[in-house]
Write a protein that binds this ligand. Structure first.
Ligand SMILES: [Zn+2]
Length: 244
């Protein structure tokens, strides 16, 4: 885990960012604000093999820019980085530099939302989930283990579909127990994340994207009233081994 803050980073916590490894392949999910320094504590910019971005909000993709800068300007000239994201979702972050500067540093592979494809050793299943902008939830399967990640979403049966019997559900839980009414279709509480974890019969639940200042223990407690399995809150530096 590289971070777990929603909206903006805190002094001691970056925004969404997760490095998933299998068979030596490194997939970076959601390089949000302030995640690149945390990533570089584990791997170099050139050692990232692919990037998955759930949606185009900057707390999920802003640090793609310094990652691409490090690869384009760092002198090692690695091959173009495959960056998977909803169509048009990265227009703003990719416009931060002149197109020619980073053009050779990345490719944007096509994929069908709602379908299955492969990224390195991972089988990838996706669903469009309800958020303020198109947000794609993902299920990664490799070596007999499965990880589901919601990106940002309101409660949805498709979260349960993606997470069905997964070893781990990494779930947005922006609020502890109540989402402001205008955002209720587009964001999730820790309690709702717990309910969906129970419905999907997952092995464990990691809450992430907590609103800055939220007490992690309060989020964990409320989720625990709805889900009886292992619950943790995403923190930079925490490592989960899914045993595959
Ligand atoms: Zn968002």
């Amino acid at each position: 885990m590289l971070g777990g803050c929603g909206a903006w980073p805190m002094a001691d916590q970056a925004c969404s960012g997760y490095l998933v490894e299998h068979d030596g392949f490194r997939l970076l999910m959601d390089p949000g604000y302030a995640t690149l320094p945390r990533l570089l504590e584990h791997v170099t910019a050139e050692q990232v093999d692919a990037v998955w971005i759930s949606h185009g909000h900057p707390d999920h993709c802003a640090d793609l820019n310094p990652l691409l800068r490090a690869r384009a300007l760092g002198g090692d000239s690695p091959s173009a980085l495959p960056v998977y994201a909803p169509d048009g979702g990265l227009d703003s972050v990719l416009a931060l530099d002149k197109p020619a500067m980073l053009a050779d540093a990345y490719v944007l592979p096509d994929f069908t939302i709602g379908g299955s494809h492969e990224i390195g050793p991972f089988r990838v299943d996706t669903r469009l989930l309800p958020h303020h902008v198109p947000n794609v939830g993902i299920r990664l399967t490799a070596g007999g283990a499965a990880l589901a990640y919601t990106g940002d979403t309101g409660p949805s049966p498709d979260v349960v579909v993606l997470a069905r019997e997964a070893d781990l559900l990494l779930a947005e839980a922006t609020y502890v127990d109540e989402v402001p009414q205008e955002d209720a279709p587009y964001l999730t509480t820790a309690r709702q994340a717990g309910r969906q974890a129970t419905e999907a019969a997952v092995g464990g639940l990691v809450l992430t994207h907590l609103w800055p200042g939220t007490d992690p223990a309060a989020a964990r407690h409320v989720a625990g009233e709805a889900f009886g399995g292992q619950i943790s809150v995403a923190r930079a530096g925490s490592i989960m081994d899914l045993g595959c």
